[in-house]
Design a protein around this ligand. Structure first.
Ligand SMILES: Cc1cc2nc3c(=O)[nH]c(=O)nc-3n(C[C@H](O)[C@H](O)[C@H](O)COP(=O)(O)OP(=O)(O)OC[C@H]3O[C@@H](n4cnc5c(N)ncnc54)[C@H](O)[C@@H]3O)c2cc1C
Length: 462
């Protein structure tokens, strides 16, 4: 090593055998996620990127990289697969991308609990668990590419949340193994509520190495599309049917997704099953629930226009899940790149009325896409991933304000600060955890306002 070596050169010298990525275009790619869904974030984050990336394969390699970064004061942004939506793994202050996608070993399944390394893809985890009679409780529509650590660090839930709620519901995530960011990194096991202080914090307060999660009984899910006629009456019928199906305690389901016209028209690969102008429900249900679902759909004036059993879904490599959640947005933006989206939470006591009122207020400009689910506390409701015909940032803000005025929560997807996406609410324990696990403030700096404010009030570095 020469005395003129830069911090980045010393970092590579410390671990010559690690899988370093220095090629500018590859580093730029690894500095991106799906922030481009938002015209606001696209503008704000366009020039943000890391200086270098590394793809460690073992805990020892991760420890070596983290120790060297802590000694040199180099920022670290942890990355799974980069399918996050709000610039979660876009480094604001350069430094290193710690790509954990090769740290992906499956651990074990024991009586309804599974454990794996953070970089495992969710589909791979599910494939490992199924022969034991279990499956993941939630599959985001990105399950083929997204990692377990990334879902925990930046995700919410997905198909399955209709039964088990979001990841944040107590009992879903049981524990984790985490590495501190210090010149001598420590590895800790955190359980229960303490572990959840690292959930949805965008990798700002700890590097999660392993996760232990509760599982659901493996089920051969059947996928169906329920169709409802174009027009206001069909819209109301489809919405009420979705809510009734979601609430029906005897019907086992993994997914109930409502798409009000014209959203189905944007799902081009499903066009042969979605008549122009229809309203549609995308459903994933247990085989024994198929007949009662058909009856409920018929009672609401709809019909089943598409059906595949689990074997057909697997053989056809096409699952309706990849048309739900934020995949709906992706398909729509492929056809119309001027669209953007919202993330909203409706009131369990009056969600159907709120949806109807917002459709009356904003229909045509805001296109309704709802995911039915249970809240963290178990109440049944729906969450909106509405498509928005974007005009200006001011109008986008007004649209969110109109939702709030109707009593609908907005989890703003057009901001990159952890607190701003949660309407300003954050458990103070999150910042306290960062003080414990990342005392130098090197993890994804600039994203956790509570930490930035505390650091300005008094220097926090050890
Ligand atoms: C088309 C599309 C559909 C989507 N559908 C859903 C959905 O159904 N449900 C849902 O919840 N989300 C959804 N998302 C968001 C995203 O897919 C999920 O959040 C996903 O699980 C993220 O996984 P990832 O591996 O890509 O994480 P990344 O994007 O790589 O990381 C997400 C955040 O977690 C942090 N992180 C990653 N690994 C670790 C770790 N080991 N330790 C600490 N922090 C870490 C990162 O720093 C980053 O801040 C969707 C996104 C897209 C683009």
């Amino acid at each position: 090593m020469t005395i003129t070596a830069t911090p980045l050169e010393r970092l590579q010298d410390a671990l010559p055998d690690a899988d370093w990525i220095v090629d500018v275009s590859r580093v730029a790619r690894l500095s991106q996620d799906f922030a481009w869904y938002s015209p606001v974030l696209k503008r704000q984050l366009a020039d943000k990127r890391a200086d270098i990336a590394v793809r460690p394969r073992t805990e020892d390699e991760i420890r070596g990289v983290v120790a060297a970064c802590a000694k040199e004061g180099i920022p670290i942004t942890v990355r799974g697969s980069g399918t996050g939506n709000y610039g979660q793994c876009i480094p604001l202050r350069g430094g290193l991308v710690l790509d954990l996608s090769a740290y992906n070993g499956f651990g074990w399944v024991r009586g309804g609990v599974g454990r794996a390394q953070a970089g495992i893809r969710l589909a791979a985890f599910d494939d490992e668990a199924r022969p034991h009679g279990w499956e993941l409780r939630w599959l985001p529509s990105t399950f083929r590419s997204a990692t377990l650590g990334g879902l925990f660090g930046g995700g919410f839930g997905g198909a399955g949340s209709i039964t088990y709620g979001p990841l944040a519901a107590p009992g879903n995530v049981l524990g984790l193994r985490v590495m501190t960011v210090e010149p001598e990194p420590r590895v800790l096991e955190l359980r229960g509520a303490e572990a959840m202080l690292l959930h949805h914090t965008y990798g700002t307060n700890g590097i999660v190495l392993e996760l232990e999660v509760a599982l659901a009984p493996a089920t051969p899910w059947t996928e169906c599309i329920a169709l409802f006629d174009a027009g206001d009456a069909g819209y109301a019928a489809a919405l009420e049917c979705a809510s009734a199906l979601a609430a029906a305690p005897g019907i086992s389901k993994k997914e109930v997704c409502f798409l009000g016209a014209p959203v189905p028209d944007y799902l081009a690969p499903l066009a042969e099953w979605l008549p122009t102008g229809c309203h549609a429900l995308l459903l994933s249900i247990a085989p024994q629930s198929e007949a009662p679902v058909q009856a409920m759909v018929a009672a609401h004036g709809g019909r089943i226009g598409y059906r595949r059993n689990a074997d057909e879904v697997r053989a056809g490599k096409k699952t309706l899940l990849e048309y739900t959640w934020n995949h709906t947005t992706l398909h729509a933006m492929k056809l119309d790149p001027t669209l953007t989206y919202l993330q909203t939470g409706f009131d369990p006591a009056r969600h159907v009325e709120q949806v109807k009122a917002l459709e009356r207020a904003l229909g045509g400009e805001v296109l309704m896409h709802l995911e039915f689910l249970r809240t963290k506390d178990g109440a049944l409701t729906c969450s909106g991933l509405q498509l928005v015909r974007f005009s200006t940032e001011e109008r986008l803000e007004q649209i969110m304000q109109i939702h709030r005025a109707h009593g609908v929560h907005v989890n703003n997807p057009h901001v990159y600060i952890v607190e701003d996406g949660k309407q300003g609410r954050l458990n103070p324990g999150v910042v306290e955890m960062k003080r414990r696990l990342d005392p130098q403030g090197l993890l994804n700096p600039g994203k956790l306002r509570g930490w930035e404010q505390a650091s300005q009030a008094q220097p926090l570095a050890a």
